[in-house]
Write a protein that binds this ligand. Structure first.
Ligand SMILES: *[C@@H]1O[C@H](CO)[C@@H](O)[C@H](O)[C@H]1NC(C)=O
Ligand SMILES: *[C@@H]1O[C@H](CO)[C@@H](O)[C@H](O)[C@H]1NC(C)=O
Length: 284
């Protein structure tokens, strides 16, 4: 294979890899609860053009960013002042109907919120829950899981060490004389079976859900396989189109030659055509 066709192959493969990527929705600030009037930016990551942020709220389903809510900014959607009516599920959707993960956001009209990870955290990570009141440092707060008191923290931060599936549930917090937050769900995803000892254990990654290095190699294998599956029909199509074109270029009536040539003859013809197609390619 000469450099030009190799370049073309690489180009096509990367093109396919872009179009088959799965988008992921992230939110800034990374919190499943915000106060009324706070700004929020939602971003579709790993998304090509044509992905938009949509949401389900009490005032409408599948509402697209820019249509009645939010301001589209590239692959992001910005909301400058969140309102309790903006509470709901948010996701990215392509024009073909593929969807990303869904993020649940609760907008509080009250005076206490619980800041917890919006994305599922990995088993073994440390997770920090923060109880916040408006415009002040986190106050002393009590924390609850599924309605059951689990402890008080004088600085408003509760850290769950090395979380497991048993830490999953609905969390809320309460600040004396201020009130309590809404509940938010903490999801813990299973550690992938293929883990190596050099997996980074930094707790700062706990709320951002960065894939560990061990995952990325597995991910790469899946991607290559997926591209091969997508690429094969493409190659076969190209092969057939080039063959038909060559046949037509020879001056045969294409409709007749395609319809009437006996199978064995046709196969022979295709082989010849590919050989000549390949030699022609080399002359570019
Ligand atoms: C949004 O609402 C539609 C219509 O009720 C429903 O089919 C869909 O599953 C909802 N999507 C999410 C992510 O909640
Ligand atoms: C949207 O929000 C992001 C993050 O806050 C910011 O960087 C960006 O400039 C905003 N874009 C627009 C068009 O407001």
């Amino acid at each position: 294979m000469d450099p030009t066709s190799l370049q073309r192959l690489v180009f096509l493969t990367s093109l396919l890899s872009c179009s088959t990527n799965q988008a992921r929705l992230t939110v800034t600030p990374s919190s499943s609860q915000v106060f009324r009037d706070e700004p929020v930016s939602l971003r579709c990551e790993d998304a090509s053009d044509g992905w938009t942020v949509r949401r389900n709220t009490s005032i409408g389903n599948r509402a697209e960013c820019g249509v009645g809510w939010g301001r589209p900014a590239g692959s992001s959607c910005n909301v400058s002042h969140m309102d309790p009516l903006d509470s709901g599920g948010y996701w990215c959707e392509s024009t073909e109907g593929s969807t990303s993960n869904t993020i649940s956001i609760t907008v509080s009209g009250g005076s206490v919120i619980l800041q917890s990870p919006v994305l599922p955290v990995m088993e073994g990570d440390d997770v920090t829950l923060t109880c916040r009141t408006k415009m002040a440092a986190p106050p002393p707060a009590s924390f609850f899981k599924d309605g059951v008191f689990i402890g008080t923290e004088s600085d408003g931060h509760m850290t769950l060490l090395h979380v497991s599936r048993s830490n999953e549930g609905l969390y809320k917090c309460r600040v004396q004389n201020k009130g309590e937050s809404a509940e938010s769900r903490l999801s813990v995803s299973e550690k992938p079976p293929m883990t190596t000892t050099n997996t980074p254990t930094s707790s700062s990654s706990s709320s951002t859900m960065n894939a560990p290095t061990s995952l990325s190699s597995l991910h790469l294998v899946f991607r290559v396989l997926r591209h091969l599956v997508v690429f094969c029909p493409y190659c076969i199509c190209t092969y057939i189109v080039v063959s038909l074109y060559r046949q037509r270029a020879r001056g045969n009536d294409p409709s007749v030659s395609v319809a009437m040539t006996p199978p064995t003859h046709a196969e022979q013809g295709l082989d010849d055509d590919v050989m000549s197609a390949v030699t022609t390619e080399h002359q570019f």
